[in-house]
Design a protein around this ligand. Structure first.
Ligand code: GDP
Ligand code: IMO
Ligand code: MG
Length: 422
């Protein structure tokens, strides 16, 4: 069976940490969507690693890591990721496999991302500027440049045809955008040569064979459900399906092969980039979350917006994904709050509702909170479920009752070891 691990909010829930913790139970870890817009942080043995494209199982000898067909790869960033891991003596050739059907991010995709954002002005998405949107546009527009193209001698012609189109589009945007194409291309071509040393596979075949042979697979989501291109807060979303269905299309596995669906969420909510955020805090409470939780983007370094847990949105994400087990992260950050609040309904067009409507912009939606008693204890040294304070257990039960799914892991710090199984 293949299990899925999916972020249920606006990303940065702690997916990287938990994939790393769970990898010992799996033969294969596979990314199925997104690209280097992701930043997945792993902390162990006093070291911190941020992975962008490489799956978070890479530090474990037992597992093969696959970059699936649904992922978009920037060779330049990929090369840098490999370099950052060089001291670990990982045998990338056998441990890191790349789908031939994954699409490649060109330097000009990044320029187009920037041009599009500039044109939008105040309405910009707040994208990570990694070229994600334009690359998926070329994929669905049937113009994309794929990893498998590199197996053929004429790949540079394909590249050039697409890059030429992009340069025309950049002209069309009519904005001042400075770049040195020669420099960008030499860096890109150099990185392609590094990529070509890795193993390219027909990943859908590989993965289905593995499943037929009884291997266990964990699919690692990127971003979160509220950034899903269909079900997120459109247009302030990313350009892929971050939800469970995305694992089927992003790896080539059938829905009936899916086992557990692990849904991961923070005990509060963060969002980086633009877009609606009904429970956002602008007061001292929000500042405390930001400070104690070190809420800065792992990819862009931008401050993350913070707010109370939104149970309406969480329930929606649980439903869309068919979540079977929950994992609650960063409860330690809330230690010391006298009272916690959780959003349990919205006011929308004069009615109280408990689902996510078409538009959750501030003008349409206001929130109703339920108050819960906070806890004072420092959780970060706790290792067992029976050490958790009563008020935290009450918070957990309250969430479980609202969304109707059990919380099986409580994370009490960023380190691999700060993970409590319930
Ligand atoms: P991802 O994108 O979902 O993998 O998450 P990120 O790595 O972008 O952001 C999660 C951040 O929270 C990282 O800095 C982690 O080291 C940190 N983190 C993860 N779990 C916990 C936790 O339980 N407590 C605290 N304090 N930090 C955590
Ligand atoms: P991980 O996997 C948080 C956000 C961006 C922006 C929007 C679109 O680390 O959780 P894009 O570059 O995808 O076109 O940006 O999505 N975003 C993320 N926010 N975590 C991420 O990934 C994100 N990836 C994209 O900030 O608002
Ligand atoms: Mg992240």
């Amino acid at each position: 069976m293949i299990d899925l691990l999916l972020g249920l909010q606006w990303g940065d829930e702690g997916k990287g940490k938990i994939v790393d913790v769970l990898t010992k139970n799996y033969d294969i870890i596979a990314r199925f969507q997104g690209g280097p817009n992701a930043g997945h942080t792993l902390i162990f043995d006093g070291n911190k690693h941020v992975l962008h494209t490489i799956p978070s199982g890479i530090f474990h000898k037992n597992a093969i890591n696959i970059v699936g067909n649904g992922v978009v790869i920037d060779p330049v960033i990929f090369k840098r990721e490999l370099e950052n891991l060089s001291k670990y003596n990982i045998d990338f050739k056998s441990k890191l496999l790349i789908s031939r059907k994954a699409h490649i991010i060109l330097p000009t995709h990044r320029l187009l991302d920037a041009a599009s954002e500039t044109m939008k002005g105040k309405a910009k998405i707040g994208s990570t500027l990694k070229g994600i949107g334009p690359t998926y546009m070329d994929k669905t527009g049937r113009n994309g440049f794929r990893i498998g193209d590199l197996d053929f001698d004429n790949w540079k012609n394909k590249y050039q045809k697409l890059a030429k189109k992009h340069l025309k589009l950049i002209d069309f945007y009519d904005i001042d955008i400075q770049f040195d194409l020669n420099e960008l291309e030499s860096e890109f071509f150099e990185a392609i040569e590094v990529l070509k040393k890795l193993t390219f596979i027909d990943s859908e075949e590989y993965i289905n064979n593995a499943l037929n042979n009884g291997k266990t697979i964990l699919a690692e989501g990127a971003q979160g459900s509220l950034l899903d291109v269909d079900f997120g807060t459109y247009p302030y979303v990313t350009s892929s399906n971050t939800t469970a269905a995305g694992a089927c299309t992003g790896l080539g596995v059938a829905p009936n092969k899916i086992g557990e669906v692990f849904g991961i969420f923070k005990a509060y909510v963060t969002r980086v980039g633009s877009g609606p955020f009904p429970t956002e805090l602008f007061d001292e409470d929000g500042k405390t979350m930001s400070k104690v939780g070190h809420e800065f983007g792992a990819t862009t370094g931008r401050p993350r917006r913070c707010g109370w847990l939104d149970l309406v949105a969480l329930k929606y994400a649980v439903q869309i994904n068919g979540v079977s087990q929950l994992m609650m992260m960063k409860g330690d950050v809330l230690s010391g709050f006298e009272t916690l609040k959780a959003c349990t309904s919205y006011n929308y067009k004069g009615k109280e509702i408990s689902y996510l409507p078409y538009n959750i912009e501030e003008d349409n939606v206001s929130v109703n909170y339920t108050k819960v008693n906070g806890w004072k204890e420092d959780l970060t040294k706790m290792t067992k479920a029976d050490e958790l304070p009563k008020n935290l257990n009450d918070y957990i039960s309250f969430i479980e009752n609202f969304v109707n799914v059990p919380i099986k892991i409580v994370s009490v710090g960023p380190d691999r070891k700060q993970t409590i199984m319930k």
